[in-house]
Ligand binder design. Structure first.
Ligand code: EPZ
Length: 432
């Protein structure tokens, strides 16, 4: 296994381009199962999760190849295997988003139940509730979800759960409904930008979807879908992570291809902390613009933060913001409303001198003047990013082990940070 060695503190400076969104690309890749014609995607991020999804799609009869221009072409070739095996699903929970497309196009699907993960139990009851409402017969056999349907029938589906809607559940039901007979209305749908991007691809494939991005999505079923070409929207979580990397080092980083229009809740919290986000060119679309973060060389002011479904503050940027708040001028309060257990970064930040006190889904962070580098361990994707940010600002050497968590969602983070002036090396853990 590999680790990062970071020597801090340092100021980041330079320019970074935000790549396509992992969380948009994964359900869009799965949507290729809805047609037998090629799909071409631009700006698919080169991540471990994408590699895993491509491997799964190959097993399910959909080959993929990177073209000379960097685009990814998906070519469905066979429908003989509709089983997403446990040893793939357990490494990447998002594999569950092949369920809806397989069921809609082939009339059957066998997908291993995704277990829990470091941030919570991760149930899929809402996914199954939605597909059952469309007429699927669903059973649990040996840890696999087995779903069958001659032809799905449109209806009204409610996808609200105890923590709000479900992003991948909305993706599964919306994708399946494109080939259902009649009209499907999804009530309490997820409003995330990644759902809007998926709907855009599906409509380019011939689907009739309206309302994506709102809590009510209407899908008029069609008999078949054709090929399409699409550019994946920029990754708002990657962008927020590098915005926070600039802020925690009081740096001067320019982000290009930044989806500022889907980061308004993050911008709001930056302003509450006393920082400003500067758009460099108003002629650029707000979805792909160039920005810098202005801290004035000051520490962040204390803030209150509660994670919410989109357009609220994203749970995927909670850990990274917490790293910044460990050095704020005062006490901040963070409440996690989506994954109440998503705090594995808290004890690791404590090892670096952070004063963080958890009480259930709420954490109080008492800002300190300095963090001190220490050996820490990555546990999940975004907690790992939080530890990298803290290491950039900490005094001395920080080693972060099990960095494979980070590679799932950030391509070459060490190289990209080094290009911004960070002292960061990737090593084998045995060499630590
Ligand atoms: C997506 O996961 C993202 N992953 C997650 O990002 C993100 O944290 C999450 O949405 C919330 O925004 C991808 O898009 C690949 P949910 P998803 O279903 O769809 C509960 C990252 O770091 N729930 O919206 O699996 C669930 O337990 C990852 O990139 C049910 O109760 O999340 C959670 O509390 C981590 N029943 C809440 O809803 C269900 O059937 C939101 O989950 C489904 C979910």
């Amino acid at each position: 296994m590999q680790a990062f060695i970071i020597n801090g503190p340092m100021r980041l400076a330079g320019t970074i381009r935000i790549s396509g969104s992992k969380n948009a690309a994964l359900p869009i890749l799965a949507a290729a199962l809805l047609t037998d014609e090629p799909i071409t995607l631009h700006d698919v991020p080169p991540l471990r999760d994408i590699t895993n999804m491509r491997a799964l799609l190959t097993e399910l009869g959909c080959e993929s190849a990177t073209q000379p221009d960097g685009s990814l072409t998906l070519t469905p070739s066979s429908t003989s295997n509709s089983h997403a095996r446990y040893d793939i699903v357990r490494t990447m929970r998002a594999s569950v988003c092949v369920l809806g497309p397989l069921l809609a196009r082939r009339g059957e699907a066998r997908v291993a139940m995704p277990g829990g993960c470091a941030i919570g139990t991760r149930p899929i009851d809402l996914h199954l509730q939605g597909l059952t409402a469309l007429g699927a017969e669903i059973s649990l056999e040996g840890g696999d979800v087995v779903a069958r349907a001659q032809r799905l029938k449109g209806t009204t589906v409610f996808l609200g759960g105890p923590f709000g809607s479900t992003v991948l559940g909305t993706a599964n039901v919306m994708s399946a409904a494109t080939l259902a007979e009649g009209v499907t209305v999804i009530e309490s749908a997820a409003c995330e930008p990644e759902i809007v991007d998926l709907a855009a691809v599906l409509n380019a494939m011939g689907a009739h979807i309206r309302g994506a991005g709102t809590p009510r999505i209407t899908i008029e079923g069609v008999s078949s879908l054709h090929g399409a070409e699409h550019r994946i929207l920029p990754d708002r979580i990657q962008a927020g992570t590098y915005m926070l990397a600039s802020a925690i080092t009081a740096g001067d980083v320019r982000l290009d291809n930044c989806p500022l229009d889907s980061l308004l809740a993050v911008e709001d919290r930056f302003q509450a902390a006393g920082f400003t986000i500067n758009r460099l060119d108003d002629t650029q679309p707000a979805g792909r613009c160039s920005i810098t973060i202005h801290t004035g060389g000051e520490r962040a002011g204390p803030i209150r933060l509660t994670t919410q479904p989109f357009p609220g503050y994203p749970t995927d940027l909670q850990a990274q913001m917490m790293a910044l708040l460990t050095l704020a001028r005062g006490n901040s309060v963070v409440t996690e409303k989506i994954f109440p257990e998503r705090f594995l970064h808290v004890p690791e930040l404590g090892r670096m001198g952070a004063q963080v006190f958890r009480q259930g889904p709420t954490v109080v962070i008492s800002g300190v003047d300095r963090l001190v580098g220490a050996p820490v361990m990555a546990s999940d994707l975004r907690a790992s990013a939080s530890l990298v940010l803290a290491g950039l600002a900490a005094e001395g050497k920080t080693t972060i082990s099990r960095i494979y968590h980070l590679d799932r969602g950030y391509d070459r983070m060490d190289e990209r940070l080094r290009a911004l002036g960070a002292s960061i090396q990737r090593v084998e853990e045995d060499d630590l």
